[in-house]
Design a protein around this ligand. Structure first.
Ligand code: PLP
Length: 402
């Protein structure tokens, strides 16, 4: 008998299982609204032209090599990433903010969470109900043991349950880590307004809660990097010490290169050296050092004004296509007179729409129409194209009216 016989089968990870089911499906008009990645009008992955250009230059550059990066990654990358997030910010001016290169957004969350659990002994974390499905597992694996939810989504309103959120934060014990989506909330596509962010910050300050912002979609919410950084910058201006996990998967289309940055803001610069030394040991014992390719691409683009401008037009292209698809889907549903209100499709922002479809309706779309989406009713707007949006709208109509 195998010593591994004791190992129990774990549950599948929904989004990966869904993608596999989509790939295995031989139906010609199948539609993938599941996976969280950008698709072109042709339904294809997109390598940003500016990324291709930098990759060509890198391949031709004989001075580049495959030596190890430092444990905390490329300084030119993490400094530029931190600046992109915080802007011209008092914390940077005062030298009490820094970044470290991580294995994409997930890696930034994991390193940050593990640091908080080990060094500060934090055990309680709060995530929005609903949230990205990995927050809970990731924090538990990092050493937290008290997972809690704060209310976020009001199904009737199809919008933010702000009162619920505030009430839950008010009840959180001191030093709880609060995971906040910096912009373009996944999966609901509903962000707090600036006024609401101010209230959230007030409660968190009063209750001494620790903000851990998850910024996976900078540029995707509004098409503008500065606007999408508003909440993160506001928290720093309010004097919080905080972590922000930045992902360059979506806004650079560098999903499999695992490029991320953990931005650390502290109230005093004296703490930087010890904190960096502990982060170094943590990363050293976990994966030793990050990969070079993606970090170098992002660093090259962020540090070159011309390439930076080109990249911003790429972000705009992606954001605009998503907006077009939101309009298109809503209009088709209105034309079909599909029961229910569909304004939330255009009100929500970012890559996803939280449709409000029930589990049964979702099953109908998958089983009858070969349209793949998460059980929660979340759809990736980029899975829609001018060619398939009518098919999807009619299928939704059928699922809702049957
Ligand atoms: N956080 C949120 C809210 C996300 O949606 C994602 C990706 O889907 C991530 C973090 C991390 O992604 P990655 O590790 O690919 O950067």
């Amino acid at each position: 008998a195998s010593r591994f016989g004791v190992v129990q089968q774990g549950p599948p990870i929904e989004v990966f299982a869904l993608n596999k089911a989509f790939l295995d499906d031989t139906f010609e008009n199948k539609v993938n609204l599941g996976v969280g990645a950008y698709r072109t009008e042709e339904g294809k992955p997109w390598v940003l032209p500016v990324v291709r250009q930098v990759e060509r230059d890198m391949a031709a550059n004989e001075t580049l090599n495959h030596e190890y990066l430092p444990v905390l990654g490329l300084d030119s990358f993490s400094a530029a990433a931190t600046k992109m997030l915080l802007g011209s910010n008092v914390a940077i001016d005062e030298g009490r903010a820094f970044g470290i290169q991580t294995l994409s957004g997930t890696g930034a969350l994991r390193v940050g969470a593990e640091f908080l659990a080990r060094q500060l002994g934090y055990k309680t974390f709060y995530f929005s109900q609903p949230t990205w499905e990995n927050h809970r597992l990731l924090f538990l694996n990092a050493g937290f043991n008290d997972p809690r939810e704060y209310r976020y989504w009001d199904q009737n309103k199809r919008g933010l349950d702000f009162d619920g959120m505030i009430a839950d934060l008010k009840n959180a014990p001191e030093n709880s880590v609060i995971i906040l989506h910096a912009c373009a909330h996944n999966p609901t596509g509903s962000d707090p307004t600036q006024e609401q962010w101010k209230e959230i910050a007030n409660v968190m300050k009063e209750k001494k809660l620790f903000p851990f912002l998850d910024c996976a979609y900078q540029g995707f919410a509004s098409g503008d990097l500065e606007k999408d950084a508003w909440a993160s910058r506001f928290f720093v201006e309010q004097g919080f010490e905080l972590f922000v996990a930045q992902s360059f998967a979506k806004n650079f289309g560098l999903y499999n290169e695992r490029v991320g940055n953990l931005t650390v803001v502290m109230s005093s610069k004296e703490a930087i050296a010890p904190v960096k030394s502990q982060l170094t040991l943590l990363v050293r014992g976990m994966y030793s050092n990050p990969p070079n390719h993606g970090g170098r691409i992002v660093s090259t683009v962020l540090n070159d004004p011309k390439l930076f401008e080109e990249w911003k037009t790429c972000i705009k292209t992606m954001a605009d296509r998503i907006l077009l698809m939101r309009d298109s889907l809503r209009n088709k549903l209105l034309e079909l007179k599909t029961p229910g209100t569909w304004d939330h499709i255009t009100q929500q922002i970012g890559m996803f729409s939280y449709t409000g479809l029930t589990t049964k309706q979702v099953e109908h779309l998958v089983n009858v129409y070969h349209i793949y989406l998460l059980k929660s009713g979340r759809i990736n707007m980029c899975g829609l194209t001018t060619k398939n949006v009518e098919y999807v709208a009619k299928a939704i109509h059928d699922a809702v009216t049957k």
